[in-house]
Design a protein around this ligand. Sequence first.
Ligand SMILES: O=C(O)CCC(=O)C(=O)O
Ligand SMILES: [Fe+2]
Length: 208
Amino acid sequence: MHQPSLFNEQSSDSIRLKDAELEYWPVFLSDKEAGGYLSKLLKVTDWQTETIRIAGVERLVPRLTAWYGEPGASYSYSGVLHHPTAWNQELLTLKKQIEQCCGESFNSALLNLYRNGKDSVAWHSDDEPELGQQPIIASLSLGAPRSFQLKHKKDPHLRHKLTLTSGSLLVMRGDTQQCWSHQVPKEPAVTEPRINITFRNIVTNSNQ
Ligand SMILES: O=C(O)CCC(=O)C(=O)O
Ligand SMILES: [Fe+2]
């Protein structure tokens, strides 16, 4: 289904999956705009190397991460509490554009840098209590196209795969996080970097 958006010229596709609400804008930003943001954010972002503990063993997370947002939008993942870095101009501009497009507001963003195809994110859902009951997550991709896979938690044969291209926007709503997991698998043939930014709304004392 191809629907023109009310707010910009780009059109979005609804991805029809049981127990999920997914909307995909293949060209939210032009190639040129996306390339500009990619090179700027590669440079200015406060990239961190995180560790996670799996079965008692500390391991490096196979990507770099950064957490931005309003003061107070703290978020714990992998057992660590993250305080946000203040928004920069690029992220504020993107946040505004995305908010207008999808009619939601966000107070924080998680940035992931996949340096090449050896970097990845394993199966998970973004269902931390700080994100509220039915989290709305807007995921912007810049750089190398990567595969994004979804798997139904109760019906694991139900799967879906899409390629997130540079400048694309994927919005996940409703029961998507509760009912589905997602991952970005390793793709050894990919040599170029990719940044993914997920805009999120952390429930804080002032906005609940
Ligand atoms: O890189 C992506 O497309 C997804 C990242 C992701 O799932 C996350 O940050 O929670
Ligand atoms: Fe995620």
